[in-house]
Design a protein around this ligand. Structure first.
Ligand SMILES: *Cc1c(COP(=O)(O)O)cnc(C)c1O
Length: 434
């Protein structure tokens, strides 16, 4: 999908040079593939520092940031309260391998936003939380099969790097080399929002399903909402067959509403996975649920799971400070106002220019799809005009706005974004949609 860039895009000589150096010693020059700009073409911007809504590159260019580290920085970059808390903690040590009261404090804070989480286990990434929750689901139910949905991303867990086999309701096939067929065989992949497929699947093999894992509002094929009845059908089938319902709210948690998608739709999953915002910009993930289920996890129960740096004090203080700030309702109302102003402005520009689009927007996350069709699943997402997106991406960058370098990612707004940033962004969008 490498795009040839036109000469008129601005050059970034320092970033280009740093990327060449990075490629000598880092795989693809990056530590996470999307950062390499492969789908939009060109080479990545190297970041020097970031404050509030603005990131600054090694080329001394400033950008209004809607990536926000792919979601975590809901208060914006280097928020003074988070920075101060981290500075204070760092003087007291960075890891002890022993309990601290910080872990309990963050657990209670999480519980206050997510009442379905009576007990929680902290880990170091969303991927690790998903991997552990799947082990727990299999341990609790004594069953093998995991159900996931096309277009949902749950980190790079072997069991979930799986795509649909040929034909409906067949077992999955590996989506990456190195994933064993024996593992992919235990995953069933169905289309997002396909209620009939869920019913059929449970009828056929409900008794072997350990868990259904879902992004209750999908964010990882761009933002795609659940159709009415979709989450309800997952819940009722899981209940009927004693399978566990796992909501992966790593992205939606604290974003679509303070209590995530589960509070928005009034559906209580058996297990919830969190990440991103709960670490306030430091590495942190978590999984949790009822006391009864979590009692299966070691040291209380037989499902083993551990971590040298889990519950790390720096991640805990960044998370505590972030969630404490989010308790202030005016924080959410500001973020949501800015987000709404941006989305409404985008719609006006797209209408004015008669460009077909579909925008999905919840709280402080949204996606703009360049397609006139209503997007409800991965097949719809694949209809977007990626050529238009790639050009839009580069022109936005040249006009000082940084969005994720892929047509299939969500955009995020932070507490630090102000009206003037949003207005400046809309001006850039107006210039970039040509
Ligand atoms: C980002 C994300 C993950 C993976 O989290 P990492 O910290 O990158 O491992 C899992 N699930 C969802 C829904 C995500 O958005």
């Amino acid at each position: 999908m490498q795009t040839v860039l036109n000469d008129h895009f601005l050059s970034r000589p320092v970033s280009d040079e740093l990327f060449d150096q990075a490629k000598q010693v880092l795989v693809g020059g990056v530590n996470s593939p999307v950062r390499a700009f492969k789908s939009v073409g060109g080479s990545p911007v190297f970041i020097k520092e970031a404050h509030g809504p603005i990131i600054t590159s090694e080329d001394e260019m400033s950008y209004i940031d809607y990536v926000l580290s792919y979601g975590p920085l809901i208060l914006g970059h280097s928020h003074p309260l988070v920075t101060e808390a981290l500075n204070n903690q760092i003087l007291k040590g960075t890891s002890y391998g022993a309990p601290t009261k910080l872990e309990t404090e963050l657990a209670y804070l999480i519980q206050s936003f997510f009442p379905s989480i009576e007990k929680v286990r902290f880990v170091n990434s969303g991927t690790e939380a998903v991997m552990s929750a799947i082990r727990l689901a299999r341990g609790v139910t004594g069953r093998d099969i995991i159900v996931k949905f096309n277009g949902c991303y749950h980190g790079h867990v072997d069991s979930l790097l799986v795509s649909a086999g040929s034909g409906n309701l067949t077992l999955g096939v590996p989506d990456s080399q190195g994933v064993l067929t024996e593992i992919a065989d235990k995953t069933v992949v169905i289309n997002y929002n396909d209620i009939d497929a869920i019913e059929q699947l449970f009828n056929k093999m409900g008794d072997s399903i350990a868990a259904v894992i879902v992004e209750p509002i999908c964010g990882n094929m761009g933002v795609v909402p659940p159709l009415p009845g979709f989450l309800e059908s997952l819940q009722s089938n899981c209940k009927q067959y004693d399978s566990l319902l796992i909501f992966d709210e790593v992205m939606t948690g604290f974003r679509v509403s303070p209590g995530g998608a589960q509070s928005l739709y009034g559906i209580k999953p058996d297990l919830t996975i969190l990440g991103k915002v709960i670490g306030g910009g430091l590495p942190c993930g978590a999984y949790g649920g009822s006391k009864k289920l979590m009692a299966y996890v070691s040291p209380e129960g037989p499902v083993y799971q551990a971590g040298t740096l889990s519950g790390n004090p720096l991640a805990m203080v960044a998370g505590i400070t972030t969630l404490n700030k989010l308790k202030d309702k005016s924080v959410y109302s500001h973020i949501n106002d800015m987000s709404l102003m941006l989305v409404n402005g985008l719609k006006d520009i797209l209408e004015k220019k008669s460009i077909p689009y579909c925008i999905h927007h919840f709280g402080s996350m949204f996606s703009l799809f360049f397609t006139g069709k209503q997007v409800t699943n991965l097949a719809d997402v694949k209809l977007v005009d990626t050529t238009l997106f790639n050009r839009f991406f580069h022109l936005l960058l040249d006009n000082g706005v940084y969005i994720a370098p892929s047509a299939f990612e969500a955009s995020f707004v932070s507490f630090a974004h102000q009206k003037e940033h949003v207005q400046q962004t809309l001006n850039a969008v107006d210039k970039s949609l040509v």
